[in-house]
Write a protein that binds this ligand. Structure first.
Ligand SMILES: NC(=O)c1ccc[n+]([C@@H]2O[C@H](COP(=O)([O-])OP(=O)(O)OC[C@H]3O[C@@H](n4cnc5c(N)ncnc54)[C@H](OP(=O)(O)O)[C@@H]3O)[C@@H](O)[C@H]2O)c1
Length: 290
């Protein structure tokens, strides 16, 4: 199987490239190798490489910055996905595109499934929802909603060679450096461990699962503070942790407060999604086994 990975220098792109490369021929292109907003380049590269699968890991992910730069957010997260869907159709490739829990308004108290109606509350969220719709232009597509990604490059000894990382990665960095950490007590999430997302992606593609929308998160849910507390306990640095609410932090973009996702559909389709606690344990083992 030949696989084209876009956004290959990002936290998911790097791990996806690594996991697929164990079995498949991978063409991994960072932004410098392929700007997905350049339709001509997307078309040229795709027709040259003729992939069986296009894994779109490129994204504009600055949730707050998107409020003041909506055009770039819409271009990268929305319209560029249309280009990818078009070329996927032309070469007969499967298109895998990643989206987010932020497409929901967070005004609920039970995990969202794939049938729940979106209600994006920010420019970033709206741009990602547009991307979901446009990905469906590829006859064979998977749209995988991930959430609170963590654990990219956990095995890298040198933090400077790890991808930027997300909230939990930064929390763990701070804890391991003995710095204080604050975690939200009013946001509920289903964290997604990057290696588990990569493995689930390959399981869907290889298993020829039914195309469509899937929630690709680890099993379970927790308030951010509980996730941070579990990490702090494991690292033996509970005193570094303190609670905070979203109202205490100035953020340009709204965050949905309850965004646990049900992963029943992707598990039924053959992917293994361990609990977030199990994933956190593997992550911290990788981070501390040096
Ligand atoms: N991180 C999270 O917690 C989270 C949560 C929910 C959903 N997601 C989704 O999961 C997917 C992977 O996210 P991630 O955390 O791996 O993102 P990431 O680390 O920010 O990586 C995204 C990559 O896309 C590249 N990129 C940006 N614009 C591009 C363009 N026009 N053409 C080609 N590449 C471009 C970026 O390059 P530069 O660094 O040069 O800009 C970066 O390397 C995305 O769809 C994201 O929306 C992530």
């Amino acid at each position: 199987m030949r696989v084209l990975v876009t956004g290959a220098a990002g936290q998911l792109g790097r791990e996806i490239s690594r996991v697929f490369a164990k079995h498949d021929e991978v063409v991994a292109l960072p932004r410098a190798g392929l700007d997905i907003c350049n339709h001509d380049a997307v078309q040229r590269v795709t027709h040259e490489t003729h992939p069986d699968v296009i894994l779109n890991c490129a994204a504009y992910n600055d949730v707050d910055e998107a409020e003041t730069d909506p055009v770039t957010a819409m271009q990268v997260n929305g319209f560029a996905v249309r280009s990818l869907a078009t070329v996927a159709r032309e070469v007969g490739a499967v298109l895998v595109h990643y989206s987010t829990d932020f497409v929901f308004d967070g005004e609920t108290n039970h995990p969202y499934d794939e049938l729940a109606s979106p209600g994006p509350q920010s420019v970033y969220a709206t741009s990602k929802l547009l991307g979901e719709w446009l990905a469906c232009g590829a006859p064979r597509h998977y749209v995988l909603r991930v959430e609170s990604l963590f654990g990219a490059g956990a095995e890298a000894l040198d933090p400077s060679v790890r991808p930027r990382g997300s909230t939990l990665d930064r929390m763990v960095d701070a804890m391991m450096a003995g710095r204080p950490v604050r975690a939200f007590t009013d946001r509920t999430v289903s964290p997604s461990y990057v290696p588990d997302v990569a493995a689930a992606t390959r399981a869907l593609v290889k298993g020829k699962a039914e195309v469509g929308l899937y929630h690709c998160v680890n099993t379970g849910r927790a308030i951010w503070f509980e996730v941070a507390e579990a990490a702090a306990t494991r690292l033996g640095c509970e005193p570094l942790l303190s609670p905070i609410t979203t109202g205490e932090v100035q953020m340009r973009a709204a965050r949905p407060s309850y965004c646990a996702l049900s992963n029943d559909k992707i598990v039924a389709a053959g992917a293994t999604m361990p609990t977030w606690e199990d994933a956190l344990d593997r992550y911290l083992t990788a981070r501390t086994a040096r």
